[in-house]
Design a binder for this molecule. Sequence first.
Ligand code: GDP
Length: 392
Amino acid sequence: GPQAEIHTLGCGPLLEAAVRTLCRAGARLAEPGEFTLRAFLSGRIDLTQAEAVLGVVDAVDGQQLAAALEQLAGGLAQPLQELRNRLFDLLVHLEAGLDFPEEDLPFLSRLELGRQLQEASEQLQNLAEQLQTRRMSDEGVTVVLVGRPNVGKSSLFNALLRRTQAIVSPCPGTTRDYLVGQLDAAGLRCRLVDTAGLDWVQVVSASGGTGEGEQGQMSVGAVSQQMSVRQVREADVLVWCVDGSQPMEPEEWAELVARGRAPRLVVLTKGDLPVRIDVEQLADQCGVGPIVTSSRTGQGLEELRSRLRETIEGLAATGGHAVWATAIRSAESIRLAEQALRRAITLGAETCPEELIAAEIRLALEEIGKVSGAVYTEDLLEQIFSRFCIGK
Ligand code: GDP
């Protein structure tokens, strides 16, 4: 249709008036993601780049923005394209041999095939590493430990981080508000935040507490206050810590049962001591089974890591951080592609029929295609473009 471009001052009321006038004259506002969807459908950008646009729109800080922009510039698209061409060549060779066995095609020996597949598989490994680095650099998800004083949050924080040798430091610019570390959640990087460094006395008085300045004597208001601390508000996942060796106070129950925005895991600490909490009742009330841990013996820490990983992956599926959701999804596809290639290598070495080798290569191509967007499914598109909040 006819197009018009209007250049004007970036002044709010003026823009609003202009848009209103245009709409009255028959124009309509762009649907969410419409421009990007069009660019994608016409082949001007690939899926990774389309998601990066969303990443830019959504980016909450400089680092995320940088990662999104890098992705937009096609960080992954180029190497993926080369890999696809290479595998496609191999596939053509194999299939040509299948369809025209008596033709005199340039012969691809099993040895050469194996060598090429090996190289492709190594390229995939490199890409996987690149993605891992990207995840680390954009920091990923924030997991926050919450709970009353003395339930064992700090101990859990240290126990979880020790294995990964993460650098733990008080956050600059604040007077020991909270501690942050890089946590390895069963292979997934995330930020782990411990709120235990909060000045509890101050928190209690700030919330109009009833003078119970002692640690461990927080009022309901104080716990709510804790919930309103920025770190907690910005948490992607909350880990609620409950001291399993102490009976729970009614207020603690109330806080625990109240649902917040972020998905939540419940942890029973001090599992090395006799458990004095009704675990089943707790599970009933929270709608999620508590993980019994001990920072002293290491009990339950691996389970906590893998439950965190599951929760984080769930977040990615429902559209948390765009860039990082792409990274997780891409990493999974690359892993599957690499597995397919390794099977192809094994089959090639075992003088298996070429159909079987070709099938594995096709599978790898399909997974790689998912990353770069050459192969796409309707619901995947839907999932991505429905997340656009403005007509970018
Ligand atoms: P926070 O205030 O929630 O950060 O709690 P801390 O991590 O400082 O722990 C409070 C107290 O509980 C300390 O005396 C710890 O030694 C103790 N504690 C923490 N974790 C465990 C545990 O796994 N087993 C036992 N027996 N004691 C623990």
